[in-house]
Write a protein that binds this ligand. Structure first.
Ligand code: DGI
Ligand code: FE
Ligand code: FE
Ligand code: FE
Length: 188
């Protein structure tokens, strides 16, 4: 057990100032979404702050963690974009001593989404996408859609993400597809 200030200090120590500022804005946005949609405000605040904790951890450390935790070998075909959340949770547990299952699940799901996302996962997923520092085309529409319906926001992000990856001819992690399919059936 340690303070919020100590948590911020530890997160900041693992990343650039710019990335840390994004984590702070994501945390504040997650708090707002939790207030709006009846989520757990404290877990949203912590989840938002730590969601990109592993973004600047070296690839070799992720590869070691994938082996050490017996994670699917298919993960090795991807890189930091996919690893920093779903594999990043092991660094968060070891280095930050955060073991709350809902927070870890939200971090794990914040890049690809998931077919069934609990409220906290939806909140962190959307906070990362619409925090005030985000500038991509469509961000204002994403913000408006999310204010109307958090679930519609999740689908908006998944479809935006898929289009963007196809446009750039990037390989798509299968979970990104299965998440999109589940959400388009649920709210599309
Ligand atoms: O870490 P952030 O930049 O704040 O945001 P994020 O964790 O949502 O990551 C977004 C990045 O992840 C974006 O550059 C696209 C990439 N990404 C998301 N899904 C996939 C993916 N990259 C690949 N190759 N395949 C995916 O399915
Ligand atoms: Fe991320
Ligand atoms: Fe995201
Ligand atoms: Fe992020």
């Amino acid at each position: 057990d340690y303070s919020w200030t100590e948590l911020e200090r530890r997160v900041a120590a693992r990343m650039t100032a710019k990335r840390f500022a994004h984590c702070q804005r994501t945390s504040a946005e997650a708090v707002k979404l939790a207030q709006r949609f009846g989520g757990d405000v404290l877990r949203a605040q912590v989840g938002g702050l730590v969601h990109d904790y592993a973004k600047q951890i070296p690839d070799e450390d992720f590869i070691a963690a994938i082996h050490a935790h017996h994670l699917p070998a298919a993960l090795l075909d991807y890189g930091n974009a996919i690893w920093h959340g779903m594999v990043g949770i092991y660094f968060i547990e070891d280095e930050l001593a955060i073991h709350d299952p809902a927070i870890l699940q939200a971090v794990k799901e914040h890049t690809t989404g998931a077919p069934e996302m609990p409220l906290l996962s939806q909140i962190v997923y959307m906070a990362d996408f619409i925090e005030p520092g985000r500038k991509f085309p469509g961000v204002d529409e994403a913000r408006a859609v999310t204010q109307q319906s958090l679930q519609a926001g999740v689908l908006y992000q998944l479809s935006h993400e898929l289009s963007y990856l196809v446009e750039k001819q990037e390989p798509i992690y299968p979970l990104t597809f299965t998440s999109y399919n589940a959400w388009v059936r649920r709210v599309g």
